[in-house]
Design a protein around this ligand. Structure first.
Ligand code: C5P
Length: 304
């Protein structure tokens, strides 16, 4: 199974609700940085993480979102067996790109197949949204508007392809902490965010048109300011990205990943090179790409 990481092209955050969540108006785009999850039948539910972003920060117990996805799926369907999950991690942990959500989405689709549960997309979607606000989008992929907690999805017409350069960070940022800092900033200035956030028409028009120059002007993230205050070096990263030739730079989700929108594949490759010259490692990805999907189903084929 393969599931993509995401960038938020627009993220408008409304008021904090009683449950601690915020009303969102966001536009997600799935990009070609993937989590691969291999599931095999086992007696228990276990997980092992490998790959460039595997490190001690990824729990191997119940706190792992893939393990929680497997347990919830077994619970909801009454399935009694287990599975071993191998996650090949490329999306940075706590990076604002929905890596854990991608793991959960890939696990749900993999186990639906492996355990032969026959759930509908809608049922997987509902179980996914219990695991986290970004899981339904990792199932769906492409480009989509997310409202509510971000899990109420509406597809967006996006033409062409967009080239991004990602500057990731070794040290993640806690999503609740970034939202909490936004609340504190708003409280300080007595700003009332009672109105529902909305995705501006300019964002949707630029996606329909497929011109990165237009999308570059429409990029916006309400979490950028709190993320930059919690991690001051992000302002430098953004500046380096612009100097390297990006059309615009944005913090993805709650950060600290910075996504640079480039004019095309050549411009993105040139930006990666210029960033390398100033000592920054970056990677070129593109979007939109599909959501969670099966790459290889050999184990099921062998038993059927
Ligand atoms: O749903 P998920 O576990 O991904 O959310 C992580 C945290 O992000 C939540 O605990 C909450 O602090 C914050 N969040 C929020 N409003 C949203 C989505 C997430 O405040 N709509």
């Amino acid at each position: 199974m393969r599931a993509p990481g995401k960038i938020n092209l627009y993220l408008g955050v409304g008021a904090r609700e009683d449950d601690g969540y915020h009303e969102l108006a966001t536009v997600f785009q799935a990009v070609s940085l993937f989590e691969d999850v291999t599931a095999t039948i086992a007696s228990d539910i276990t997980v092992r993480t490998t790959g460039p972003e595997a490190h001690d920060g990824v729990p191997a117990d119940e706190r792992n979102l893939a393990v929680r996805a497997a347990k919830l799926l077994a619970d909801r369907t009454g399935y009694r067996g287990g599975a071993h999950l191998e996650i090949h991690k490329r999306v940075p942990v706590a990076g604002g790109m929905g890596g854990g959500s991608a793991d959960a989405a890939a696990t749900l689709v993999a186990l639906d197949h492996l355990w032969q549960l026959g759930l509908s997309i809608q049922e997987l979607h509902e179980i996914g949204s219990e695991l986290g606000a970004d899981v339904p989008f990792a199932l769906q992929g492409g480009t989509a508007i997310g409202t509510g907690r971000g899990d109420d999805l509406h597809p967006v017409l996006a033409t062409g392809r967009f080239d991004w350069v990602l500057l990731t960070s070794k040290r993640g940022l806690s999503t609740p902490e970034v939202y909490g800092h936004l609340d504190a900033l708003r409280d300080e200035r007595s700003i009332d965010f009672g109105v529902l956030p909305e995705v501006p028409a300019a964002v949707l028009q630029s996606l329909r048109g497929g011109f990165p120059e237009d999308l570059a002007e429409a990029l916006h993230n309400d979490l950028q300011r709190p993320a930059c205050e919690l991690r001051p070096e992000l302002a430098d990263t953004i500046r380096h990205g612009i100097v390297a030739g990006a059309l615009n730079a944005i913090v993805s989700g709650s950060g600290p990943t910075v996504a640079l929108l480039c004019g095309g594949p050549e411009e993105a490759a040139a930006a990666v090179e210029r960033l390398r010259e100033v000592g920054l490692t970056s990677q070129h990805v593109h979007g939109p790409v599909p959501g969670a999907r099966i790459m290889n189903a050999t184990s099921t084929a062998a038993t059927s």
